[in-house]
Structures are given as structure tokens and as C-alpha cells.
Write a protein that binds this ligand. Structure first.
Ligand code: BTN
Length: 263
């Protein structure tokens, strides 16, 4: 029996239950891969795949995403948009806002966002990764499909990882039961994605910036194969591009396929 019971989750979703169709697995390769296969077969927007364990969980930039069943919440949500893919600029940042809103609504403190789509927990002067977001887009005859994959650390992973990591249990006095966490995140996503369908990332930009971990910080942008770009993080624009003030002027960085470090 998987750790998430779709019937119990529906009851936690209340009035929004009808907008989601949830399937829970003890194990699958990747919830996003499983959801893409279902999307190809015509699964509706609002389909959610949640798994206790992924044998081939995917992270950004071709990395693996490792998670332990009891310590994490890993799921993917299918959403559909009309119009051209250009309208979806900033979608992964908007998803970060939904996550932050949901976790704060549950009582978490110190939640911050890092461009393009990391959810961090402030720990003194440092930050540790609390959740990851992977948005994968494809077009079909119905418009654009977005497979939104989210991995949340409910407690900090114990495996050695290249960056500091944190658990949601470090952000609040008592960790809510996992169905409540998932219901809060799905509810916040419905609100943010509805607004995004109308106004794009402009609808979430201010909220994103309020939580920006590295606002005004000196950073370096690493792109495979080129020299690091140094600058000051000046926030994001309405397309979700990172504004980097460099020696040669303000640059707008669109590709999330880069790595951002504090200088
Ligand atoms: C990142 O690299 O920060 C993004 C990680 C996204 C991981 C989630 S877990 C659920 C979904 N299924 C996957 O295979 N990846 C995403």
C-alpha cells in the first residue's frame, strides 16, 4: 500500500478534489516519465502521479534525483495551456511560488527561492535545498502540456549530496501529515497555474522576488564550457529571466540550464 492514499488525499483537497485525478505508486521509474506516458494517451490536466520510490528519478541538467520514501514527497502534475510555448516563460518560477505559498501556509518559516527553480530553507546566513522542481513541456494537438515534477524533502536526506540539503521538519514545529502537505501544494498550484494561464509569470513575479534568496547578492553564473559570468542578482523580470547586473551592463538570463553560485 503506497504512503499516499488517493481517497484520503481527495478528502484533504476539499472543494478542489474534482480538479485532480491522483494515482499513487509504491515504486515507479520517475513520476514525470509515468505522467508523460499517460499524457501521450490523453490523460487530462490535473492528473497527478505520486510515488514512494523512484528507480530513475530525474533532476535538472540531466542529474539523478534521489529520495527516500518516508523522508520525501515525490510527485508530478499534468497541466495544459493554450497558445504558444513562449507564453510559458517563467512557469517553473511560478511553480516555486506555489510551493513556497503552500509550505508557508502550513506554518513553515524561512522558505526562499533561488533562480530558476530551487526551493531553499534559510539557515542563518546560509541556505539549504528543501525541494526541487522540474518542468518539462511538450506540444500536442490540445496545446502545450506541462509535466510539473516536484520533490520535497520532508526530512533532510541522509545521503551525501553536493549541496546543503534541509527537510521541511526543520522549517516548522511539527511536520503535518503527508496528505495535508500534498493537498496544500496541489491547492496552491491550482491557484498559481490558473493565474499563470491568464497573465503569465507577471502574476507571480512580485511574490517570487519577495522570497528571492540572493536578491542583490554577488553571484557567478556557470555555463558548461564558457567562462563564469560575474554579476549582482537584480531579481527577475515578467518573463522569468534572471536580471544580472554585470560590468558590461544588465543581462537577462533565460536559460535555466546554467548553474548559479554565490561569488
Ligand atoms: C532538481 O534538480 O532540483 C529538480 C528535481 C525534481 C525531482 C522531481 S521528484 C518527482 C519528479 N519525478 C522526477 O523524476 N523528477 C521530479
Amino acid at each position: 500500500m503506497p504512503l499516499i492514499d488517493p481517497v484520503l488525499l481527495k478528502s484533504r483537497l476539499g472543494l478542489l478534489a474534482g480538479r485532480f485525478d491522483v494515482d499513487a505508486f509504491e515504486e515507479c521509474d520517475s513520476t514525470s516519465s509515468e505522467l508523460m506516458r499517460r499524457a501521450d494517451l490523453g490523460a487530462p490536466a490535473g492528473t497527478v502521479i505520486v510515488a514512494d520510490r523512484q528507480s530513475a528519478g530525474r533532476g535538472r541538467r540531466g542529474r539523478q534525483w534521489l529520495s527516500a520514501p518516508e523522508a520525501s514527497l515525490t510527485f508530478s502534475l499534468l497541466w495544459r495551456f493554450s497558445g504558444s510555448p513562449a507564453r510559458l516563460a517563467g512557469l517553473s518560477l511560478a511553480v516555486g511560488v506555489a510551493l513556497a505559498r503552500a509550505l508557508e501556509g502550513l506554518g513553515a518559516q524561512g522558505i526562499c527561492l533561488k533562480w530558476p527553480n530551487d526551493v531553499l530553507l534559510r539557515q542563518g546566513d546560509d541556505y539549504a535545498k528543501l525541494a526541487g522542481i522540474l518542468v518539462e513541456l511538450a506540444s500536442d494537438r490540445r496545446g502545450i502540456q506541462a509535466v510539473i515534477g516536484i520533490g520535497i524533502n520532508l526530512s533532510a536526506p541522509t545521503v551525501e549530496l553536493p549541496q546543503p540539503v534541509a527537510g521541511l521538519d526543520q522549517a516548522m514545529a511539527a511536520l503535518p501529515e503527508r496528505h495535508l502537505v500534498l493537498a496544500a501544494v496541489l491547492s496552491a498550484l491550482a491557484g498559481v497555474l490558473d493565474a499563470f494561464a491568464v497573465d503569465g509569470f507577471a502574476s507571480s513575479k512580485n511574490e517570487w522576488q519577495q522570497r528571492h534568496a540572493w536578491q542583490d547578492a554577488a553571484v557567478q553564473l556557470l555555463d558548461d564550457g564558457s567562462a563564469p559570468l560575474l554579476g549582482r542578482c537584480a531579481g527577475v523580470d515578467a518573463d522569468g529571466a534572471l536580471l544580472l547586473e554585470t560590468a558590461s551592463g544588465m543581462q537577462r538570463i533565460f536559460s535555466g540550464d546554467v548553474s548559479l553560485r554565490r561569488a
